[in-house]
Each structure stands twice: as structure tokens, then as C-alpha cells.
Design a protein. Structure first.
Length: 359
């Protein structure tokens, strides 16, 4: 199926020279491209009004359900310039699939996966000038909100799907390649039966206070423990986590409904397995981590996600005392996995699973 997108002509608001300045050091999520894609949904009518239009404010009735009951989901993905000059997406169908799963969990209509992919490609092609050269990328933020003006608590009958694009560098300030994390003492991210596996704004809203506490304590990210026992490591505020053991094996918390099924997480598991590395998707207790670092059993840890890519964890702050991992620099396994992943994304090495799709 190919949808007909109405194109609203729009000369760029910035000159090529200004755009180059903006993209020199864009940081994360502060600079935006010229256009957005919008598609509307009305119950009984389906998806309609597909547009590529100038990026700008969205008119929203103050009674729109998203503003009251937070019916919202989103995705994070990136368009890259490959070394041979192509524009590529990395496993975009995985984002389309997860978006559909998130929609189901939030009682929202499921955007057909091919329409999701088409919308993303439309924006990338339209705003290709905004894809940074070098190691930067164009971060894509598809999202959907409930727009029906109605205050009763039920799933809305009207929705707006939008895709935004933002040229980005590293997620962490100053492009740092190792981060410090702090265990959330009072707050959890998701409980059994909740929305932990969905990529919905509410999960992130609920994490902000714990993230702010981590920052107030000099850390970059919060790490959440499970809601039932407060014992098992789940994920960071905006990314999954891996542990590297001294025998070279990897471990990451298992998906069980409370953890976001990261595309980067799944890719690392696959790449490690391809290389003959043992990967365990198994619960890992926080206190065991502390003990394993002290005994030298665990030698590295890293955070991973579309935005963070792979970022080493160098220090952990917790009520029971702080501990450091390695010498503050990314260790060899983290560096190797990062190189493998980015190598595929940039077309520098073979792509055995056909993950990279040229737009
Ligand atoms: C991503 O890694 O793309 C995310 O969505 C995490 C965060 C920036 C919200």
C-alpha cells in the first residue's frame, strides 16, 4: 500500500549556511528540521489527511484526551549517512512493530506498519539536508496522541500521528562516552501488568523525578530496580543495560513486560551471538552486581538505546555505597560492540542480517 501524502510547499526557514552552523554541534533534541509528517485517524473513517507539512505548532483542543489521560506513544530511530553517501535507516520495521505494540497497550488504533515506514521515509527524503555529515545522525521521533475533545475516561476516537526530525550528536552532554548512574531509592519505573514494555510518554513522565534525583547527585542517569522486590536491575531512565563478565559473556535483564524491548538491545544480543559470545537474558540483582564488580567477575557495563547508542557505565551511586567499574573509559567489549553496531549502521562492515535500509 502506498499512501498519498499531500505536500505543503515550504521553503526552509534557515539558510544553508545557518543550517550548517546549527548542525555543527547539535547536541540532542534541540534543533529541528523544516518539516513534519502528520496523519489523522478518526474512528469509523480510519487513517486520513496524510501530509508532509512545515514543522510547527499543532492546534489542539484543551479537552483533547492526551492532555488529561496521557494517551500518547512514541518511537526513537535515526537516519544515517553511510560512508558511501547513502541515506539509511536501521531496522525501521522494528520501530514500526513496537509502535503497533505500544498502540495496542494504550488502546490506540494501530498504524499499519507500512504506513509508519512510508511516513518516516517521506520525512527523511524531504529533510535530507538536515542529516549531519560525520558521526551525527537525524533522530526521528514518530509519535501519536489522542486528540478527541472528550473528558470521559475511555479510549479516544480521534488521533494524530506525527513524525519529527532532529539532527543530533551524542545523547549525553559533551558527547561523553562513559556515564555515571544512580539507583532510584524511592521510585520504580514499571510493575507487572503495567505499561513498562510500551514506549509511552507516561513511563518517561514517571521516571523524571528519579532522573532529577540522579542528576542532583551528580549522575547522568537513573537506574531502576524492579517494583515487586526492589532487588533486580531493570533499566535506566531512557535506555537498556548490559553487563560484561570476565569470561567475556554478556548479561542483560530479561523482557518480561516491565522493560522496554530496545532495538539496540536486540541488535547487541544478535551481534554478540553471531560472534560466539554467550548472552544471558536473565535477572541480575543489584547487590550481586556490586559484589561481582568487587570480585572482578564483572568487568564492564554499558547503557544502550537509539539515542545513547552504547555508552559505558563507569560509576554507580547507591544508598549502600558507590562503586566504580573499570578506569572510567569504555572497556574493550563495550568498544568492540559499539564499533560493530556503528560499523553496520554506517555501511562500513558487512550487514549479515540486512538491518540497514537505504531510503
Ligand atoms: C531513544 O533512545 O530513542 C529513546 O527513545 C530514549 C530517550 C531519548 C527517550
Amino acid at each position: 500500500m502506498t499512501a498519498a501524502f499531500t505536500r505543503v510547499p515550504h521553503p526552509s526557514l534557515v539558510t544553508a549556511a545557518d543550517r550548517a552552523v546549527l548542525m555543527e554541534d547539535p547536541g540532542f533534541g534541540r534543533v529541528f528540521s523544516d518539516h513534519m509528517v502528520t496523519i489523522r485517524y478518526t474512528a469509523g473513517q480510519g487513517w486520513h489527511s496524510h501530509k508532509v507539512e512545515p514543522r510547527g505548532p499543532i492546534p489542539l483542543d484543551p479537552a483533547a484526551s492526551v492532555l488529561h489521560y496521557a494517551q500518547e506513544i512514541f518511537e526513537g530511530m535515526k537516519a544515517y549517512k553511510t560512508d558511501d553517501g547513502r541515506v539509511a535507516l536501521f531496522r525501521p520495521e522494528q520501530n514500526a512493530r513496537r509502535f503497533a505494540a505500544s498502540a495496542e497497550r494504550l488502546a490506540m488504533p494501530v498504524l499499519p506498519e507500512d504506513l509508519f515506514l512510508e511516513a518516516v521515509a517521506e520525512l527523511v527524503k524531504t529533510d535530507a539536508d538536515w542529516i549531519p555529515e560525520g558521526e551525527g545522525s537525524l533522530y526521528l521521533r514518530p509519535f501519536m496522541i489522542a486528540t478527541e475533545a472528550f473528558l470521559g475516561v475511555r479510549a479516544a476516537n480521534e488521533y494524530l500521528f506525527v513524525v519529527l526530525a532532529s539532527p543530533v550528536g551524542g545523547y549525553f552532554k559533551g558527547g561523553k562516552n562513559s556515564v555515571t548512574i544512580r539507583v532510584s531509592e524511592h521510585y520504580t519505573r514499571a510493575a507487572r501488568g503495567g505499561t513498562g514494555a510500551a514506549k509511552c510518554g507516561g513511563n518517561y513522565a514517571a521516571s523524571l523525578i528519579a532522573q532529577a534525583e540522579a542528576v542532583a547527585n551528580g549522575c547522568d542517569q537513573v537506574v531502576f530496580l524492579d517494583a515487586a522486590e526492589g532487588k533486580w536491575i531493570e533499566e535506566l531512565g531512557g535506555m537498556n543495560v548490559f553487563f560484561v563478565f570476565k569470561d567475556g559473556s554478556l548479561q542483560t535483564p530479561p523482557l518480561g513486560g516491565t522493560i522496554l524491548p530496545g532495538v539496540t538491545r536486540a541488535s547487541i544480543i544478535q551481534l554478540a551471538k553471531d560472534a560466539g559470545v554467550t548472552v544471558r537474558e536473565a535477572p541480575y540483582a543489584f547487590e550481586q552486581w556490586r559484589a561481582d564488580v568487587a570480585s572482578g567477575e564483572v568487568v564492564e557495563a554499558f547503557a544502550c538505546g537509539t539515542a545513547a547508542v552504547l555508552t559505558a557505565i563507569s560509576k554507580v551511586v547507591s544508598p549502600g555505597g558507590d562503586f566504580t567499574i573499570g578506569d572510567g573509559k569504555p572497556g574493550p567489549v563495550t568498544t568492540d560492540m559499539l564499533g560493530k553496531l556503528v560499523g553496520i549502521q554506517r555501511g562500513r562492515v558487512a550487514d549479515p542480517h540486512n538491518w540497514v535500509q537505504t531510503v
